[in-house]
Design a protein around this ligand. Sequence first.
Ligand code: HAM
Length: 415
Amino acid sequence: MRDLLPEAAAAEAWVIETHGRVAGLFGYLPIAPPIVEYAELFERGVGTGTDIVEKEMYAFDDRGGRRLALRPEGTAGVLRAARTGGLCDDGSAARLFYSGPMFRYDRPQAGRYRQFSQVGAEYLGETSPHADAEIIELGFQVIRAIGIEDAHVELNSLGSAAERQDYRNRLREFYAAHVNELCADCQRRLDDNPLRLLDCKKDAELASHAPLLSSAWSSESRDYFEAVCSSLSDANISFRHNERLVRGLDYYAHTAFEYWHSSLGGAQNALGGGGRYDGLAEVLGLPPTGGVGYALGVERLLMVTADTHGAPGGRGAEVVVCSVSTAEGSAALALARRIRSAGIAVEADASRRKLDGKLRSAHRHQARIAVIVGESEVATTTAVVRNLGTREQRTVPWDELGATIAHELHQEKSL
Ligand code: HAM
């Protein structure tokens, strides 16, 4: 697990903030279930045959002997929290968004970590294809708001639970004749999770001859899928029907999708993904509830976007108040307090270092203005305001500092 130093932490905070802003524009409300849940929630929800539960979940017994897990994903917890908290009880829908750390015992590599952050949204209590399209559009708009213009959606339908069962059987029959050609992982998965064989990178050639998921669709499933497609076209979202997209979680039926970007290389390296999970609530022992949602990987978004101009980038304050000697230390702190009360980010440097060194480090930390206070300034209740870019400077009375600096910063920004 990694430390996020200021620049990375600021960038993640910016993604989370941007997500909340865009989700708010679609009328979504925040929800924050805990990071630790009963392990059973994920075993039942995500599925015991999935990699996430079987190989990647951090599960442990607490001191009271409860079997718990660090959440590997957000959907099961959000649905549990919403329904046990009474949302949707009156039959109305709930539009919810969330963010935070998730945990998977994965092999760490670029874009794949054991603790990572997701931003996500779940639209509960609504089963029309327009809900699927709204969710896909929301995730897509978030990706755009992060500055990524060339992502696209890979879309598929897994059909109903019964159709998927039928398809599983057909897949097992197809692969039965080729067991010896399969990689070790796929041989193991063939019995309990044959769908995963379709997106195995090692066995891609064989998968290209496997029966197609759409061959198991009923006409209702086909209509549903086509309605989602047409709604996405109306919203001008670029998408592609990917017959082999199956997703790594068991709770999906009908719509399944991922957001891809060419620089990440597709399957198992998506920017994000999601789908419809109408059967999940019952599997968890909750009242039946339709649902569709997505989650985006914050680290993946940041790998792809070149432009995090919305993020402060781990910079310090724009203004630094420097005392000339330690004698003016408390004057420097008082002036910083005064400038801060005008709503301006400011640091005080009342250290023992020489003034030159203080100015150099202010410049290095990208401060734009230094306020210098020495013995003669204290005597005349003034300070020297120096623009660190142009090196122009002037003497300003203490009670005009806030206004003068605000004006100076504003002028710079409008240049
Ligand atoms: P997921 O596809 O497992 O779906 O994860 C969503 C995204 O989280 C991935 O596309 C990826 O960007 C990011 N991600 C997953 N694992 C890692 C990792 N080890 N390191 C870094 N990033 C990672 C879900 O989690 C579902 N809950 C999505 C959903 C919401 N379905 C319905 N509603």
